[in-house]
Design a protein around this ligand. Structure first.
Ligand SMILES: Nc1nc2c(c(=O)[nH]1)N[C@H]1C(S)=C(S)[C@@H](COP(=O)(O)OP(=O)(O)OC[C@H]3O[C@@H](n4cnc5c(N)ncnc54)[C@H](O)[C@@H]3O)O[C@H]1N2
Ligand code: MOO
Length: 393
């Protein structure tokens, strides 16, 4: 069995980031930038007022100043001011030459064409002025390669003068459940049947990820069915993710079917609990990831392998999940020969492990928001000890 870290490295090495595409900014949200983004303009392009009031010279405090015009956003005042002159100015408007401060209108008394300062404090030069280039200057690298275009970076890209951006294409992921016992969620089950909870679970896990999701439903545990369906899917998608049929039982046929249709299996079985029978390989350019069927095993292996694979193919430079630390509310057992990912709940800096190890249960999974990481041979720890964990959302 290989370690989790080796399996992650081998999986990422199997798949290349997808070719880049040029997208309009409004359509580029949640894509990764393909290259660094340089500013095509300076922001602000000139000194701007941050408030409504009067642009004037602070040296002439407390006035009076003679109001000789107006500067509004988009309609700058063309001339320059002398010592005792002011222009009426509004938020976002150019500060005219000769002015070094903004007297806000709440502190001003206007009488016809003159204005006086009413507050006792002198006016500091630069007050309420956004200086040219204070945000960024033309030519600056404003966003790095691999940045995910969340709301802030989208705003920055637009302000920097870009209408389109070059980003990594999202991988197309096809979810396949396998098992004779499975029915689509909501269908009435006999005692021999169960709902395919893995299918909506994986949809939910991928819903915020940079990928297109397709659900190919359920395939029965029959070699010919698996071969036909998986072979047809391989030419239509970037990633096939199966659940179930990954282990060693007589009805665990996914690996055999994949090999029969020409897949190269890169690894099978990882030293982890839950999730040991996870496998990965390639059919042509399509990556195939075979997750175990037990709900918690499918969840943990999807979190540790599928999600990083998607981020990597979409162009992320740091696709692996972050590791956090918190104080454990309960004692933790001595680690064994597989790394263990313990379903847990983290709240306000303390983390509580669920005691069950049964990977078939969905209740503990549904209450978890974290996975405590117990390395191979980790020493037992008392409650209150710092432990490492992955945050689930
Ligand atoms: N003799 C051995 N038996 C098992 C081993 C082993 O090493 N030797 N490994 C165990 C481990 S660890 C796991 S995990 C499971 C994984 O088995 P499979 O991937 O082959 O999964 P199935 O046998 O098809 O199903 C296991 C379990 O999960 C339920 N299931 C399957 N698909 C779904 C789905 N879409 N939604 C909800 N639940 C699903 C299925 O009904 C079974 O109860 O193997 C152990 N056995
Ligand atoms: O992967 Mo298995 O989860 O240890 O039951």
């Amino acid at each position: 069995m290989i370690s989790v870290a080796e399996a992650q490295a081998r999986l990422l090495a199997l798949a290349s980031p997808l070719p880049s595409v040029e997208l309009e900014l409004a359509k580029a949200a949640r894509h990764y930038l393909h290259g660094p983004l340089h500013a095509k303009r300076t922001q602000p392009a000139a000194d701007l007022s941050a408030m409504d009031g009067y642009a004037l010279s602070s040296a002439a405090f407390p006035g009076p100043w003679h109001v000789i015009g107006e500067s509004a956003a988009g309609r700058p005042f063309a001339g320059a001011l002398e010592h005792n002159q002011a222009v009426r100015i509004f938020t976002g408007a150019h500060v005219p030459a000769g002015a070094d401060t903004i007297l806000i209108q709440e502190d001003a008394a206007r009488d016809g064409d003159t204005v006086m300062a009413t507050a006792k404090d002198t006016l500091a030069p630069g007050m309420h002025i956004r200086t040219a280039g204070g945000d960024f200057s033309s030519g600056d690298t404003v966003l790095a390669t691999g940045t995910m275009l969340e709301a802030g970076p989208c705003a920055l890209a637009a302000m920097a003068g870009h209408g389109t951006v070059r980003v990594g294409r999202w991988p197309h992921v096809t979810i396949v459940a396998t098992g004779d016992e499975l029915l689509p969620p909501g269908r009435e089950c006999s005692a021999a049947e169960i709902p395919s909870s893995n299918s909506p679970m994986l949809h939910a896990m991928l819903s915020n990820l940079p990928c297109e999701i397709m659900d190919a439903g359920i395939i029965a545990d029959r070699l010919t069915d698996l071969e036909t369906r998986l072979s047809a899917l391989a030419s239509t998608t970037d990633i096939i993710v199966t659940t179930g049929g990954a282990s060693v039982g007589d009805h665990d046929l996914v690996q055999t079917a994949l090999r029969n249709i020409g897949a190269d299996i890169d690894f099978w079985k990882v030293a982890m609990r839950p999730g040991k029978p996870v496998m990965a390989g390639k059919i042509g350019d399509t990556i195939v990831l075979g997750l175990p069927g037990n709900p918690s095993s499918a969840f943990v292996t999807a979190f540790l392998f599928l999600l990083p694979l998607i981020r990597h193919m979409a162009g992320s430079l740091s696709p692996l999940p972050e590791i956090f630390e918190a104080k454990s509310d309960n004692p933790l057992f001595q680690g064994g020969n597989r790394a263990e990912y313990v379903r847990a709940r983290v709240e306000g800096g303390a983390i509580t492990a669920f005691t069950t190890r049964d990977s078939g249960l969905v209740s503990p999974l549904s209450h978890s928001n974290a996975l405590i990481i117990r390395d191979v041979d980790a020493p037992a720890t008392p409650s209150g000890a710092a432990v490492q964990y992955h945050r689930l959302f």
